[in-house]
Design a protein around this ligand. Structure first.
Ligand code: HEC
Ligand code: HEC
Ligand code: HEC
Ligand code: HEC
Ligand code: HEC
Ligand code: HEC
Ligand code: HEC
Ligand code: HEC
Ligand code: HEC
Length: 458
């Protein structure tokens, strides 16, 4: 027992040492050769490039100095006039093939202020309503966009123009966002950039600029509660804890379609991540009843932005979901109460088993089997919770019994482990007893021998 532990410890420290050594050598390793080749192209104007770096196979560029707007504006003393060019040089649009003229028109090959000549259609400041068409001019052209980024979608303008955001912005409503409200103007960054406001980690704050503002939302009759409600929800909490799966605003609302999911598509929306619940819900009497009443599939019980932990939903307490609709119906009332009892029983059994297991582990018992049983119990509990969506008491009863049997198994395993430990201890004491008896006998014998020897000597 002891010696095997030592062997294990020794093996583990060797493994650790080897691990540390190999990770250290990895840190010392030179960067992959592709890292420098994949570096983004230098901004127009500053044509410096790391020596020896391979040019990625891209189509032939136009003359570097063709975009004289950029070159001149970058050198202007007036910070306000310079800012656009400075931001542009750090943006995803910095490639010289995406020039200033795409939005401002003008003559990009004239190096003087004549470049602004009105006869070229020069636009000083594109208006709020004009923006979508300017951005869309490039972004809906697949052959152009894919020369730069083969994976970029080309549907943003179309979706946006169908959305309420898009319709209101086109009608001249400056409080409704257009492309530049969300992406910025000259300093547009890739969605994957952590500094982009549209980045998944930051998009909640972007939407909240308007949707968390009561004054902005009042004229539209919309509440400004969604950002706070979401942050407190099970989704928001999981998101703030770093979950990559939990939906933020754009996990449920396409930023370009920007419309309400609508009754019919809410289910499809939750379904993206909660398929099992949906499949079972479709088998329940609620599925047809909700559709007839024009209710969304999941929202009447779980809410939309304020989806919380679910342990209070079943049952007939005043704040349960069932009580919202079934205060008078006999059968659903009984089903609701029965479900609540089953859930509570299994939850209690799981809690007790987990506590029992923790105590056994603290006491130094080795209980891998019981540990595995408690894991299986947790899975069985989740299965039961998921089955709630069928409202099928037969199935629920079976699932609850299966869970309770696993709970019993865990209990039995832990009891056995404790008993084994006692037997082991008892054996230990008996062994010590025997050993001391032997020792006493030995000592007695040696004394006797010594006496005999002395007697023989004298
Ligand atoms: C020779 C330098 C130079 C070139 C080339 C140049 N600009 Fe300008 N631009 C200026 C100066 C200086 C001003 C401010 C005075 C004025 O409006 O003429 C200005 C003003 C502007 C403004 C208006 C800013 C405001 O707040 O009113 C815009 C927009 C602009 N330029 C865009 C462009 C575009 C697009 C091009 C290329 C087609 C371009 N510029 C080419 C120097 C230049
Ligand atoms: C994708 C479209 C787009 C591109 C490309 C673009 N601009 Fe603009 N620019 C705009 C819009 C929209 C505005 C108006 C912003 C506003 O009203 O806040 C603007 C405003 C400006 C202004 C006035 C800024 C101010 O604060 O008064 C200047 C100067 C300017 N742009 C210069 C440039 C230069 C130089 C380039 C190229 C390096 C360029 N723009 C590229 C869309 C664009
Ligand atoms: C309400 C805010 C908002 C508006 C308005 C908006 N976008 Fe976006 N856009 C986003 C967000 C958020 C993302 C990131 C999407 C994601 O995480 O999947 C995005 C992504 C993109 C992308 C990256 C590719 C993609 O589709 O995911 C492009 C290109 C883009 N937008 C262009 C546009 C254009 C062009 C317009 C105007 C016609 C526009 N956007 C209007 C918020 C907005
Ligand atoms: C002259 C054409 C052109 C115009 C105008 C233009 N874009 Fe782009 N945009 C591109 C190209 C090309 C890319 C891909 C660049 C790349 O990945 O190297 C791009 C990339 C983007 C991206 C980054 C997508 C990602 O996550 O990789 C966003 C966001 C974006 N554009 C938004 C806009 C918005 C908003 C406007 C209007 C204000 C706009 N663009 C105007 C051509 C244009
Ligand atoms: C610049 C302010 C602004 C920003 C930023 C903004 N919105 Fe909106 N949004 C509005 C306004 C105003 C309305 C109501 C009128 C309209 O639809 O334009 C609205 C309406 C909506 C609606 C309801 C549409 C309907 O059909 O009733 C949804 C959903 C929505 N926004 C989602 C979002 C999401 C998600 C984001 C962030 C990616 C976002 N919005 C960013 C201003 C904004
Ligand atoms: C879990 C999915 C989900 C998430 C995450 C989500 N929404 Fe919603 N949102 C919905 C549903 C469902 C509706 C209501 C649809 C209906 O009733 O037809 C809705 C409705 C809205 C509306 C219309 C007004 C209202 O309250 O009914 C706005 C505005 C809105 N959401 C903005 C946001 C913003 C901003 C965020 C991020 C803070 C966000 N949503 C996150 C699912 C979601
Ligand atoms: C993009 C994926 C995604 C979408 C869309 C989504 N969810 Fe979730 N949901 C999650 C994740 C991830 C969790 C787990 C959070 C955690 O780990 O605690 C979760 C948790 C939940 C929980 C709590 C589960 C528990 O353990 O108590 C409920 C209830 C829930 N979601 C309902 C909904 C509803 C209703 C919708 C549609 C309006 C929806 N979800 C849309 C990903 C999603
Ligand atoms: C009739 C009310 C009702 C409807 C409708 C409903 N649910 Fe539930 N949901 C519940 C109850 C009750 C629970 C379990 C409560 C508990 O844990 O004590 C639950 C639990 C959940 C859980 C947590 C499961 C887990 O593993 O912890 C998720 C996720 C969920 N529901 C998603 C959905 C989705 C998605 C829909 C739409 C297809 C939906 N629900 C429709 C009442 C409902
Ligand atoms: C949004 C309202 C709503 C909520 C919330 C709701 N139900 Fe229902 N439920 C209905 C409707 C409507 C019917 C169909 C009634 C009918 O057919 O007479 C129904 C039917 C049922 C039935 C079938 C009754 C039968 O006669 O076969 C049961 C069982 C049931 N609900 C249980 C529950 C439970 C348990 C909950 C909570 C977890 C719940 N309901 C939450 C609206 C609701």
């Amino acid at each position: 027992m002891r010696s095997s532990e030592h062997t294990l410890l020794f093996a583990a420290s060797i493994a650790l040492a080897v691990g540390v050594a190999s990770s250290a050598s990895r840190a010392d390793a030179p960067p992959l050769p592709s890292a420098s080749a994949a570096a983004p192209p230098a901004a127009s104007g500053s044509a410096a490039k790391p020596a020896g770096s391979e040019e990625a196979p891209r189509p032939k560029r136009p003359e570097r100095d063709a975009n004289t707007c950029f070159t001149c504006h970058l050198s202007l003393p007036d910070a306000k006039l310079r800012k656009a060019a400075e931001e542009f040089s750090h943006s995803v649009h910095k490639d010289e093939r995406i020039g200033c003229v795409a939005c401002h028109k003008g003559n990009a090959s004239d190096p003087t202020v004549q470049a602004h000549d009105k006869t070229t259609g020069f636009i000083v400041r594109p208006t709020h309503a004009q923006v979508a068409a300017l951005c869309g001019g490039c972004h809906e052209d697949p052959t152009f966009v894919r020369r730069f980024n083969a994976r970029l979608g080309v549907d943003q303008r179309k979706l946006f123009e169908l959305s309420r955001h898009g319709k209101m912005a086109a009608a001249g409503d400056a409080a409704s966002p257009t492309c530049t409200n969300c992406h910025g103007v000259h300093g547009i960054l890739a969605v994957s950039s952590p500094n982009a406001e549209v980045n998944r980690r930051r998009v909640r704050d972007l939407c909240a600029k308007c949707h968390g503002n009561v004054e902005t939302m009042k004229p539209y009759g919309l509440a400004a509660t969604q950002p706070v409600a979401w942050s407190k929800s099970v989704h928001g909490k999981a998101f703030h804890e770093g979950s990559e799966q939990a939906p933020t605003c754009t996990g449920c609302h396409s930023p370009h379609a920007g419309t309400l999911p609508g009754t019919a598509s809410v289910a499809a929306l939750c379904d993206r991540c909660h398929q099992d619940e949906r499949e079972l819900f479709l088998k329940s009497p609620h599925s047809r009843a909700f559709r007839k009443l024009g209710l969304a599939d999941c929202v009447p019980c779980h809410g939309d932005h304020d989806v919380t932990r679910t342990s209070w939903l079943a049952g007939m307490t005043p704040d349960s979901a069932c009580a919202k609709c079934h205060s008078k119906d006999d059968k659903p009332k009984k089903v609701a109460e029965d479900i609540a009892v089953l859930l509570e029983d299994v939850q209690k059994a799981e809690h007790a088993a987990a506590v029992d297991l923790a105590e056994a582990k603290t006491a130094g018992l080795l209980v891998p089997d019981a540990s595995f049983a408690v894991d299986r119990l947790r899975t069985a509990k989740i299965r039961l919770i998921t089955t709630v969506h069928t409202l099928d008491m037969q199935q629920l009863g079976d699932d609850a019994n299966a869970a309770k049997m696993i709970a019993q198994e865990a209990r039995d395993l832990l009891t056995k482990a404790r008993r084994d430990r006692q037997v082991e201890r008892r054996g230990y004491f008996v062994a010590i007893g025997l050993a001391s008896l032997l020792l006493t006998l030995l000592v007695a014998k040696s004394i006797q021998l010594a006496r005999r020897r002395r007697r023989g000597e004298s």
